[in-house]
Design a protein around this ligand. Structure first.
Ligand code: TRP
Length: 454
């Protein structure tokens, strides 16, 4: 396929919003607040900021360089930039990782739809804390309900992907990202004005360094990777749709800032509300699906309408954020099948959606009736989560950093960063240094640490 007839984002803003849509997801609104809660609040946030800007952004920039230079899907990109070498496996690894993450991420994304539905029917009103636990367990282990939502979620993703890059991905991001932003601001406003909210605000703003140890750094780096969508060619695929005049460094900085800002705002929704009713936000999927509906209803006790609206908007927010992320993972696999196997785009998308439904259904069942759908002693859902987040993603990220830092001709890097000399790239040397030494070393340390944990 030549450059002329290849799809692309129509504008620079579209490029930023689509990439930010990929980055902003369940990772920001669920994972970030829970990690912050676990690792000491403001101190964790400061370290996280360091990880995003010192390591995350250079790796994002390397994905952008690979994608925009090659104008190809992730696997094709490595083949073009390093023909005849084994680097293409890094791209293929990315495609597989994207497909696997999409399969189990969609299960949780489907849950958000159930909660939108429940919230819309005012199903949370009057429940006791025990009933919240019970109803989540009943729902997530039910053989049918989660599957219906999972399939619906994947069909929504499919619908947008099938519409194409500009009319589907770009246009939907331009609508969904502002909607998401407004929803977040309304929720933050409600949450911080609750009585007793100031304890939550203080937790987010006053660093307590006494809790900081090496685990905090590792958790912050892992979170930065997940949240910025790094390591599996997501942003590389999107960058292949960037135009010649899209400034790569600036775009990466904007995406990093938007992603971080939204994560911190999510903290400002969750902590003030939780502290106001005296609940410590605890770990795992249960935080958003069990603790929070309970928190919201207790926080707005005596104001049933506010409790209703708050819960409904929160789960809508979660669903929208998850959708812009599933779209980006779907696109990695769709673009690969479309371009490498010369399958028309719609059919390529259908293959990906079909495959994800099959694996997603198995993942979902592995949490309930199909507990024996397990490998290496882990239910399929947990296995995919573990293998992708702890292994495939960091590996992919490190290899991309090494590819741009060591393998790729520096003239190409320079041309991409400066748009053929039109822009300044004062941070060029710093970026190369980080990609060459710091990023691979940091990821290697995480690896070793995680292997110890097993
Ligand atoms: N960043 C998204 C989130 O925060 C999830 C995601 C989308 C992702 N694409 C990715 C994570 C690629 C890792 C790699 O929810």
């Amino acid at each position: 396929m030549n450059k002329i007839d290849r799809a692309g984002f129509g504008s620079k803003l579209g490029a930023i919003l689509a990439s930010a849509g990929s980055a902003v997801g369940l990772g920001n609104i669920w994972r970030f607040p829970y990690e912050t809660g676990n690792y000491g609040g403001a101190a964790f946030i400061l370290i996280y900021l360091g990880c995003v800007f010192a390591l995350g952004l250079p790796i994002m920039i390397s994905e952008f360089i690979i994608g925009r230079r090659s104008h190809a899907n992730t696997a094709g990109a490595f083949q073009k930039l390093a023909p005849g070498t084994q680097w293409k496996w890094v791209g293929r690894l990315g495609v597989i990782t994207a497909f696997l993450i999409l399969s189990f991420y969609s299960v949780v994304a489907g849950w958000t739809l159930e909660y939108v539905f429940e919230a819309a029917g005012n199903g949370f009103a009057g429940r006791t804390p025990e009933q919240f636990v019970e109803s989540f367990d009943l729902f997530s282990t039910n053989p049918w309900r989660p599957l219906i939502w999972l399939v619906l979620f994947l069909l929504a993703t499919h619908y947008i992907i099938a519409k194409g890059v500009e009319k589907g991905i770009e246009r939907s991001s331009k609508v969904m990202m502002p909607v998401l932003f407004v929803l977040i601001l309304v929720l933050v406003g409600c949450s911080v004005s609750l009585p007793g909210a100031s304890a939550g605000i203080e937790f987010l703003l006053k660093p307590d360094f006494s809790k900081v140890d090496s685990n905090v750094f590792l958790a912050a780096l892992g979170q930065a990777f997940f949240s910025l969508s790094l390591g599996m060619g997501c942003l590389c695929t999107y960058a292949s749709y960037f135009k010649k005049d899209t400034p790569l460094i600036k775009t990466a900085v904007s995406v990093g800032l938007i992603d971080t800002f939204i994560a911190i705002l999510a903290g400002f929704i969750i902590f003030p509300a939780a502290f106001s009713v005296g609940i410590q936000p605890d770990a795992g999927p249960s935080l958003i699906f069990i603790t929070l509906p309970n928190v919201f209803h207790r926080a707005f006790e005596g104001m049933p309408f506010l409790a209703y609206i708050f819960s409904l908007l929160f789960y809508l927010l979660l669903a929208v954020a998850a959708l812009t992320s599933t779209i980006s993972m779907h696109e990695v696999a769709t673009a690969y099948i479309h371009e490498e196997f010369k399958v028309v785009r719609k059919r390529a998308a259908a293959i990906v959606t079909g495959g994800c439904i099959i694996i997603g259904v198995l993942c979902s069942l592995s949490l309930g009736v199909g507990r024996n759908i397990a490998l290496f002693g882990l239910p399929l859902f947990d296995l995919l989560d573990f293998v992708t987040a702890k292994f495939l993603m960091p590996l992919g990220g490190a290899l991309m950093a090494v590819f741009v830092g060591w393998y790729l001709d520096k003239r190409i890097v320079w041309e991409e960063l400066t748009n053929d000399g039109a822009l300044k790239a004062q941070s060029y040397k710093l970026i190369i240094f980080i990609l060459k030494f710091i990023a691979p070393a940091a990821i290697f340390i995480i690896f070793i640490n995680e292997l110890n944990v097993i």
